[in-house]
Design a protein around this ligand. Structure first.
Ligand SMILES: [Zn+2]
Length: 324
């Protein structure tokens, strides 16, 4: 199916209404407000120019058309005037970072949280001609992912139920440090460029999102992708980025987190060796570390994390969007 088949052209209808309202505003020599009509509203920022203002018809599309819980998807805008700046957007509480793509098209990555149900709002601020700003709120339906439950038996000290408070604090502090890398990534310029490289070419032994039951008691989600690997097998950086965190965590063992910029972060857990240091710049295909069995594991493997801001997603959805 062509991408164009999936487009949802809402712009044309809004554009017509917008022109009508702009006409009204011009007649009344007017300033705002034209009411808080949803799902969009108009705000006049500058006095009318000689020519009557024309509201561009901006087409908003996303792909896949029905994003799945726990995956990345793309938002595409067409019809913006050349040289448009101050374009802004937000989805699931995370800012969007639009980049120019081909013929004036703007593309941003967005993330559907795994717990999302029903519709989430895509919020856009679109600069138009004549000093206008158009704000749009567009509902996007998130469809359920195909996530299974599996039962695991692990050593009791890893099950979590009887952890002493100091240990729980350590685990929480380590998780917070990893989360801080993701939050800060929104302020890092985008360093990544397709295609992304898989961190390993090996078999996936446990996919993202599955529920896990430990010792019949503790239930959790598997918020990463497990790749098979013997201790010492190489792990590759998937794209350009800056190494943001290298440490040894209780659950994750030896970890590396890479900030690829524009909100995108990848993480690597249970390593036997870390071959980069914080602050290092990495490039696609570079060996950053080695598979191991440190931290909470039942055997050697790579646990791969992909996050867009605070939203952890299936890394395979990144490779589906931007893999080679
Ligand atoms: Zn894992």
């Amino acid at each position: 199916m062509e991408p164009g088949d999936m487009r949802r052209t809402i712009g044309s209808v809004l554009g017509v209404v917008g022109v009508l309202l702009l006409g009204l505003a011009a007649v009344t020599a007017g300033v705002l407000p034209l009411g808080g009509a949803e799902p969009w509203s108009e705000v006049r920022l500058a006095p009318a120019t000689a020519a009557p203002p024309v509201l561009e018809v901006v087409d908003v599309a996303w792909e896949p058309e029905r994003p799945v819980q726990g995956t990345l998807f793309e938002v595409r805008l067409t019809g913006l005037p050349e040289g448009t700046e101050d374009l802004a957007g937000e989805f699931a509480g995370e800012p969007l970072h639009f980049r120019e793509w081909g013929d004036g098209e703007r593309v941003a990555v967005a993330a559907a949280p795994i717990e999302a149900e029903g519709e989430l709002e895509l919020q856009l601020t679109l600069p138009t001609s004549a000093g206008m700003v158009e704000r749009r709120t567009i509902p996007i339906e998130i469809v359920p992912g195909d996530y299974r439950m599996e039962r695991l038996t692990v050593a009791p000290r890893y099950a979590g139920g009887d952890r002493p408070p100091e240990l729980r604090e350590r685990i929480a502090a380590e998780a917070a440090r990893a989360r801080a890398v993701s939050a800060a990534s929104h302020d890092t310029p985008r360093m990544w460029e397709p295609p992304f490289v898989a961190p390993r070419e090996s078999t996936i032994t446990s996919g993202f999102g599955h529920g896990r039951i430990f010792n019949e008691e503790v239930q959790s989600r598997h918020m990463g992708t497990d790749f098979r690997g013997a201790v010492g097998a190489p792990i590759l950086a998937p794209a350009h980025g800056i190494v943001a965190l290298v440490d040894s965590f209780y659950l994750g063992g030896n970890v590396i987190y890479i900030d690829h910029g524009a909100g995108l972060v990848t993480g690597y857990l249970h390593l036997s060796a870390q071959e980069v240091a914080e602050g290092d710049r990495v490039e696609p295909g570079q060996v950053i570390g080695r598979v191991g069995s440190t931290g909470r594991v039942t055997g050697p493997h790579l646990h791969w994390i992909v996050r867009y801001g605070g939203v952890t997603v299936d890394g395979m959805s990144l490779l589906e969007l931007y893999g080679s």
